[in-house]
Ligand binder design. Structure first.
Ligand code: AMP
Ligand code: GLY
Length: 424
């Protein structure tokens, strides 16, 4: 079959790498892709939100399946667009329709969903511009630290953890009254701070059946020792040692099953991935957030551990028979180190030539923010290359990924040398 992947990050590189290995995949296209994705398929210069452009391409190229990488086209309704079109509706889209994508697209929606289905999460209340005064009052009684979340998509920047009442009141006013995150902060969820260690759990579902993919831990801060500004993610590890079978059983019973059943009961169709951001609070799971897609840089580690044919699994999602498909997971350890541009997550240095990938033999070099300029590969995004490796144990995986990251060079590059070492 001919498959079209939407997106251009490290996540999409890892998905393309995995899908290209499937005997079921004839032609693979990536729109728009990056400088690394031509190793696995053909790049197509169409934006993920250009639905008309994607339609024309899909019809002309006999696309049999579309896999959506990022959240934006899902929240904007790409799946609904395909279903509403006579010619497109026979092409399965992996990723929920807009309603299901609200699990990520609206924090208020997802909090209310969790409450309705008794899924463990931090206590919260939602405020709007009209109820700002109530929100300011609520903050006085809420305790510290306190978490403010812009309701809508804010490119990963919409969550603020405030440590003083003054800061929280100032930020709430900025978000509601001064549109700090534009429309995304027209509503703000104020949420209790959860103390614990985070991990990401990924579920693949056809709306009824589900498979739990390998879990992963993401490292969000720019600096070593988890210091400095938040980023899109600086590295990942899978499996996560503190997510033992007892903990994962709790996650399945208290979070995954009620989530899938909740969607089903509310008649919200959902064919795709659910990424559950969890806090492990003294052995008890609490949901921090849902995402309607796979994580980045978690996918780069997760894909290395999946031994089964991924296209076969995607067919199960599309066909509603995921229960008949096999998911075999390697018990080896995957680690990913993300190489970023100098200055990221602030303004960063761009258009620098990248060298050294030819010296890496024991890791995957998953491109993210890269482009081709003539013969040269240059950095054009904040997160540039994910180095991902699969080894017999955690120590070897971390050492290999870190050593291989240092084989890449471009002006201003940076990566964390401590990814995963806290887990040893
Ligand atoms: P989100 O955009 O919801 O993933 O939030 C970004 C980050 O903020 C999360 O990955 C957590 O590290 C942190 N965070 C969000 N909600 C909470 C919470 N209730 N308690 C503690 N940390 C949180
Ligand atoms: N790694 C976090 C995310 O993809 O949102």
């Amino acid at each position: 079959m001919n498959i079209l992947i939407l997106g251009s990050g490290g996540r999409e590189s890892a998905l393309a790498w995995k899908i290209a290995q499937s005997p079921k995949c004839d032609k693979l296209f990536i729109a728009p892709g990056n400088a690394g994705t031509p190793q696995y398929g053909t790049n197509v210069d169409i934006k993920t939100t250009d639905f008309e452009g994607l339609k024309e391409f899909a019809l002309k190229n006999n696309i049999d399946l579309v896999l959506v990488g990022p959240e934006e086209p899902l929240v904007k309704g790409i799946h609904d667009f395909f279903l509403a079109d006579e010619q497109l509706k026979k092409i399965p889209v992996i990723g929920p329709q807009a309603e299901g994508a609200q699990l990520e697209g609206s924090k208020d929606f997802s909090k209310a969903f969790m409450q309705r289905h008794h899924i463990p999460a931090a206590d919260s209340q939602t405020f709007t511009r009209e109820t700002l005064q109530d929100g300011l009052k609520y903050l006085k009684t809420a305790g510290l630290p306190i978490v403010l979340k812009a309701d809508g998509l804010a490119a990963g920047k919409g969550v603020l953890i405030c440590t003083t009442l003054e800061e929280a009141q100032y930020e709430l006013t900025e978000m509601l009254d001064n549109a700090k995150f534009g429309d995304a902060s027209a509503k703000v969820v104020i949420e209790q701070f959860l103390e614990g260690i985070e991990l990401s759990v990924f579920v693949m579902t056809d709306g009824k059946n589900y498979k739990i993919l390998p879990e992963a831990k993401d490292y969000k801060r720019i600096g070593e020792g988890d210091t400095g500004l938040n980023t899109g993610g600086m590295g990942s590890v899978s499996p996560v040692p503190f997510a033992d079978s007892t903990f994962l059983k709790k996650v399945e019973e208290r979070v995954i099953i009620p989530t899938i059943e909740g969607l089903h009961k509310e008649n919200i169709p959902y064919k795709g991935f659910i990424f559950i951001g969890l806090m492990n609070c003294k052995g008890e799971p609490y949901v921090i957030e849902y995402n309607c897609r796979m994580g980045d840089p978690e996918t780069e580690s997760v894909m290395l551990r999946i031994e089964s044919d991924f296209v076969d699994l995607l067919e199960g999602v599309a066909g509603g028979n995921l229960n008949t498909k096999d998911l075999v997971i390697s018990d080896k350890v995957a680690a990913t180190v993300m190489i970023v541009s100098g200055g990221y997550p602030g303004d960063y240095l761009k258009n620098k030539a990248i060298t050294g990938a030819e010296n890496i033999h024991n890791s995957n070099v998953f491109h993210a923010g890269t482009s081709l300029k003539g013969e040269e590969i240059i950095n054009t995004g904040g997160r540039v290359i994910a180095i991902s490796t699969l080894q017999d144990n955690l120590f070897n995986a971390l050492q290999q990924a870190t050593a291989d990251a240092s084989r890449i060079y471009f002006d201003g590059m940076y990566f964390r040398r401590d990814i995963g070492f806290d887990l040893l």
